[in-house]
Design a binder for this molecule. Structure first.
Ligand SMILES: [Zn+2]
Length: 444
């Protein structure tokens, strides 16, 4: 009992101390922000070189003097990690320190292959609550004022989610608890609509693909729901056109957050909703083109992250698997945090066709975007030019006509006659992974 009380007091103190000034950080002058970021980079690089097996070995082998890494410019020159290496030998990246040993283990969602084990040190988990202040500000603004918005969180009741909640309950005694109701996204859409009416949340929070399907289905099924003031999506990108649809059709602003098990805070939408503001002092982000160079502003490429605040699993120059573009234009909100476009998909979403061509998911989207009644679709590539297609429509008749329109073009694009189609009213999400419109079967 005493132990728990002490733990909670200590934890709360860390949160409170970190919270000071958090709201101002995204607005700090550029120079000051760079200085904070580079200081954190120097600190974690020197820590990694001393205590993390992978980096100890790398720095010795490559004869890199850690003192030469002064900040982001030099960090970017370190080799990019191999995700499979992190997946197969996670302990190589865990610091041989107390922070590493007592770190809390999490697993990535593993939508493509085996999940990756990542530890977060306890202090960084606590500080993460305080960093949340930065992201709450635009939400409060969009929700119109200084009250605590009531959230409805539709998601997986995953171990990560539960673990974070348990950890916070064990380690903090926060005076202000978020007003949040959790609903499993495995519930049918009609039941969730009923819960929305019962709860009347200010904010609906969910995965991108789910949010898109939910609001499209509300219209298509003629459901009446108590409209929230704001919609927030995260965990996966929203299918193309989804955000515009909700904002224009329902007049509700849609915000997003970019977070991952590998780095809890990467970026967030401000009230201008013009891409993610990057938490530059917590997670250094750069974009790499397919041929390995630094992408120009506006040019799409692979997102490479360095988590600057986690002292358990240390990941520097880690390809997180998302595709996005950076922008150099300043945002109208006045925040100095640099910006990233909305996520454009996953690196592995590009299909390699048996005839040697590559097909971007955007080409598939082009096929479906103007077909009436299509609420969502999913194309899965199996070996030997075989495909499975799921189309979500309100009824089977709409499915038939959508399929008649889509099939000839899909056959041409994929160069295959072997497309097995099925109708669905909702996408099956029981696999607990991220939803993607185009999927390569795991056996490929
Ligand atoms: Zn902004």
């Amino acid at each position: 009992m005493i132990g728990r009380l002490l733990r909670r007091t200590a934890g709360t103190a860390i949160v409170a101390a970190t919270a000071i000034g958090q709201r101002r950080v995204p607005f700090l002058p550029r120079k000051q922000l760079d200085a904070i970021r580079d200081r954190r980079i120097r600190r974690i690089v020197s820590y990694a070189a001393r205590t993390v097996p992978y980096y100890k070995d790398l720095f010795t082998r490559e004869r890199i003097d850690v003192r030469e890494i002064r900040g982001a410019t030099e960090l970017d020159k370190l080799p990019v990690l191999d995700r499979d290496h992190v997946r197969s030998e996670p302990m190589l990246f865990v610091a041989r320190t107390r922070a590493g040993r007592t770190g809390i283990p999490f697993l990535t969602s593993g939508s493509t292959g085996t999940p990756i084990g990542i530890r977060h040190d306890k202090r960084s988990l606590l500080a993460n609550i305080a960093y949340g202040e930065r992201e709450r500000e635009p939400v409060n603004k969009v929700c119109g004022g200084a009250f605590r918005p009531k959230e409805m969180y539709v998601g997986y009741d995953t171990s990560t989610f539960k673990k974070v909640i348990e950890f916070y309950e064990e380690h903090t005694a926060l005076p202000v608890k978020p007003r949040r109701r959790f609903v499993s996204l495995l519930e049918p859409l009609d039941s969730i609509a009923a819960i929305v009416n019962e709860e009347q949340p200010d904010v609906i929070v969910g995965y991108g693909g789910w949010v898109d399907l939910f609001f499209r289905s509300v219209e298509a099924r003629g459901l009446e729901i108590a409209m929230p003031r704001m919609v927030m999506y995260m965990g996966e990108e929203m299918p193309r056109g989804g955000r515009d649809y909700i904002e224009q059709h329902y007049g509700i602003p849609v915000l997003s957050r970019y977070n991952a098990v590998e780095s809890f805070k990467i970026g967030f939408f401000c009230e201008e909703r013009s891409g993610f503001h990057i938490h530059e002092d917590l997670c250094h982000v750069r974009i790499r083109t397919t041929d390995g160079r630094q992408a120009n502003p506006g040019e799409s490429g692979e997102v490479i992250i360095s988590n600057l605040v986690n002292y358990a699993s240390v990941l520097l120059n880690y390809p997180i698997g998302d595709v996005a573009a950076a922008t150099s234009e300043l945002c109208a909100c006045g925040r100095t945090f640099s910006r990233l476009s909305e996520l454009e998909g996953r690196v592995e979403d590009v299909l390699a066709l048996p005839d040697g061509r590559f097909l971007h998911p955007r080409a598939i989207w082009q096929v479906f975007k103007d077909i009436p009644g299509v609420l969502q679709y999913q194309l899965t590539q199996h070996g030997g030019g075989r495909y499975q297609l799921t189309i979500v429509t309100v009824d089977e008749q709409l499915f038939r006509s959508a399929l008649d329109q889509a099939l000839p073009e899909l056959r041409r694009l994929l160069g295959s006659e072997n497309i097995e189609a099925r109708w669905s009213r909702e996408i099956d999400r029981s696999g607990h992974g991220k939803f993607r419109t185009v999927v390569r079967a795991k056996s490929l």
